[in-house]
Design a protein. Structure first.
Length: 170
């Protein structure tokens, strides 16, 4: 969006945007999406999680609107939610929030998004940078930790995702 235009939450929720955007205190915020490595990582990881839904017991969603505060709606690249979650806009924290970085992402903006997630009560966040082949996990208790052995983990769900399986080859 080139200029900040104030709109109501109701107006945001009753409209669709291509690509969808976050809603932050009355203003629409663009999300950096659409580049090949970002897109390919998203589909590979979503497919990986989808194929194992019965094992981990949660439903995988892509680009789902999540109301993280009364005046904020954020959109994770991928999230895992309770199997019975059927709201069109989630109002409960996903059990896992996944952000896939784009070359245009600014770390300060990513941190603001993640602060909204942790304040909302998201217990686990994964950040994946397909351009540098790096990843991090974030929990409210431990904070951010780099993935040093090439495996994204969520011990409470028994998830171990080898980065080599979800990062696109050059």
């Amino acid at each position: 969006m080139s200029a900040a235009v104030q709109i109501s939450l109701g107006e945001y929720l009753s409209n669709t945007y291509e690509p969808d955007c976050d809603y932050v205190d009355g203003v629409l915020e663009d999300r950096n999406v659409g580049k090949t490595r970002h897109s390919r990582t998203q589909i590979l990881l979503a497919g990986w999680l989808l194929a194992r839904e019965k094992e981990h017991g949660y439903k995988a969603l892509t680009e789902e609107r999540v109301r993280v505060a009364s005046s904020r709606v954020r959109i994770p690249d991928i999230c895992l939610v309770e199997r019975n979650a059927n709201e069109e806009v989630l109002e409960r924290p996903p059990v896992l929030w996944i952000e896939i970085l784009s070359p245009d992402d600014r770390w300060s903006r990513v941190q603001t998004r993640l602060a909204d997630c942790t304040a909302f009560g998201v217990p686990m966040i994964w950040i994946i940078d397909p351009y540098t082949q790096q990843a991090w996990t974030i929990t409210g208790a431990a904070g951010a930790a780099p993935v040093t052995d090439g495996i994204l983990r969520y011990p409470e769900l028994g998830l171990e995702v080898p980065l080599q399986e979800i990062l696109p080859e050059d």
